[in-house]
Ligand binder design. Structure first.
Ligand code: C2O
Ligand code: CU
Length: 475
């Protein structure tokens, strides 16, 4: 594959940005349990190494009981199995591609070497029947996910995505009574109940493909779970849809946002504005949920236009828990944890700046989406130095499309929207840019390498809204 950037003396930094905090080697800490339907099996006896097999293949799955359809799966199911490890663990994934086309696996949110990042301009795509071993150290605790980075609009839509949990250091893990992962998606099923082929129709090209069926942990029905009243739980949420921003809330329990893409927020967390979590495609959020009633529901708020042309909201229950016992605990009790150290924003006067303008046009053959006027694989030269603070201004010039902007290999902080400082704390790898909005983010680019940045609406990235950045290694 043609390299699209000049081959400068780029030394890819195999070491993660900061030396990963790991427990003393002699201390054996099994990663805590996360409630999720399927887990990857660790085949390595070393407690600091998680070694797993993962196969992409066609399989029949049931989104609703009794309705088997063909999906593209990891290990035979949608979503793929949960990868569960402790921060600082070495993760080895023996990946096999049994699809009928090339693919890669991208570890969304991982600050690892670009050689392991699953981007097909760096890694040779894994051809049908071939294998590749991903090998890296988990640099950060938090909720992440994995998915292909080739023809994503179809490969992810057809079912290739799965969750990852990297647990905090053993002595920094908050004392939640349960830890659950809800993977949210929407899929477009055709009249015959199967996943509709990718669309070349105009609304899908402009907005990305919205599904007609919400899937949570692969189920079109509300995911059932059980709890003991009085529990305080940690719920991890990821949005793996092609395009739909998820509006989520919890009924029957009090909740706060305690974590985002890059891990736990400082103690206490933050309230969701208006009690609704807006979760862009690609992003994660972690909730602290205080289960004080007999029933708790995770609800997706889905807007629609009714017969009178009025905007309405459907409240779709996507997970439903019932209390099966009393925990005997006070659901109002305070939990403590150290949280991620959120660095102060860099001094603007001593920082670089960069402008990314997101736009699009119709060239007569279809919609093209651009960054700084270029349609990928054409792109602007963007080079920076490792550990150099940069304020990046991202301007969405389109008044009709939103863009969940995603940066690989590095976290950033959200500084402002349309010139107004925001309180959206935490380290991020994804930020939603509303139509016509300008968002400023700040990053220090701790991780050297060649990194993609793109809109996470897969239709948009494939229409050209994608670029690559070189972070030069600091000697
Ligand atoms: Cu989740 Cu470049 O992707
Ligand atoms: Cu977009």
């Amino acid at each position: 594959m043609k390299r699209l950037l000049p081959l400068l003396a780029i030394v890819s930094c195999a070491a993660p940005p900061a030396s990963p905090p790991s427990p003393p080697r002699e201390l054996v800490v099994e990663p805590p349990v996360v409630e999720f339907p399927r887990m990857m099996a660790d085949t390595n006896p070393d407690p600091h190494v998680v070694e797993v097999n993962l196969e992409a293949k066609l399989s029949r799955v049931e989104f609703a009981p009794g309705q088997a359809i063909e999906a593209w799966t990891y290990d035979g199911g949608v979503p793929g199995p949960l990868l569960n490890a402790n921060v600082g663990d070495r993760i080895i994934v023996h990946f096999k591609n049994s699809l009928n086309e090339p693919t890669t696996v991208h570890w969304h949110g991982f600050r690892i070497s670009d050689q392991m990042d699953g981007v097909p301009t760096i890694q040779k795509p894994v051809a049908p029947g071939e294998t590749f071993t991903y090998d890296f150290v988990a640099p950060d605790a938090g909720s992440f996910w994995y998915h292909p980075h080739m023809r994503s609009a179809e490969q992810v839509e057809r079912g290739l995505y799965g969750p990852i949990v990297i647990h905090e250091r053993w002595d920094q893990t908050p004392d939640f009574d349960a830890d659950r992962y809800f993977v949210t998606d929407d899929v477009r099923l055709g009249d015959d109940g199967t996943i509709a082929p990718p669309s070349t129709q105009m609304p899908d090209q402009v907005h990305g493909r919205y599904g007609n069926t919400l899937l949570t942990n692969g189920s079109a029905k509300a995911v059932p779970f059980e709890f003991r009243r009085g529990q305080v739980e940690r719920w991890r949420l990821v949005n793996t849809a092609n395009a739909r921003t998820m509006s989520l809330t919890v009924e029957g329990a009090k909740f706060r946002i305690v974590g985002v893409d890059g891990g736990l927020l400082p103690e206490g967390g933050v309230e969701a504005a208006q009690g609704v979590v807006e979760l862009p495609v690609g992003a994660r959020v972690e909730l602290e949920v205080r289960l004080e009633s007999a029933e708790a529901r995770l609800v997706s708020l889905v807007p629609y236009v009714d017969a009178n042309d009025e905007l309405q909201t459907d409240r779709i229950v996507i997970a439903k828990g019932v209390s099966v016992a009393e925990s005997g605990q006070d659901p109002a009790r305070t939990l403590t944890w150290p949280g991620v150290a959120i660095p102060a924003l860099p001094d603007a006067a001593a920082s670089g700046t960069h402008l990314l303008e997101l736009d699009g046009f119709n060239d007569g053959t279809g919609i093209k989406m651009t960054i700084n006027g270029k349609v990928y694989p054409e792109m602007d030269m963007w080079m920076t130095n490792q550990n150099e603070p940069v304020y990046v201004t991202i301007h969405n010039k389109l008044g009709m499309a939103e863009h969940p902007f995603h940066l690989h290999g590095n976290f950033f902080q959200i500084v402002s929207r349309d010139g107004v400082a925001v309180n959206e704390p935490g380290l991020r790898d994804t930020v939603l840019i509303a139509p016509s909005q300008t968002v400023v983010i700040a990053t220090r680019f701790e991780n050297a390498g060649e990194w993609m940045y793109h809109c996470h609406i897969h239709e948009h990235s494939e229409e050209g809204m994608m670029g690559m950045l070189t972070v030069m290694h600091k000697m």
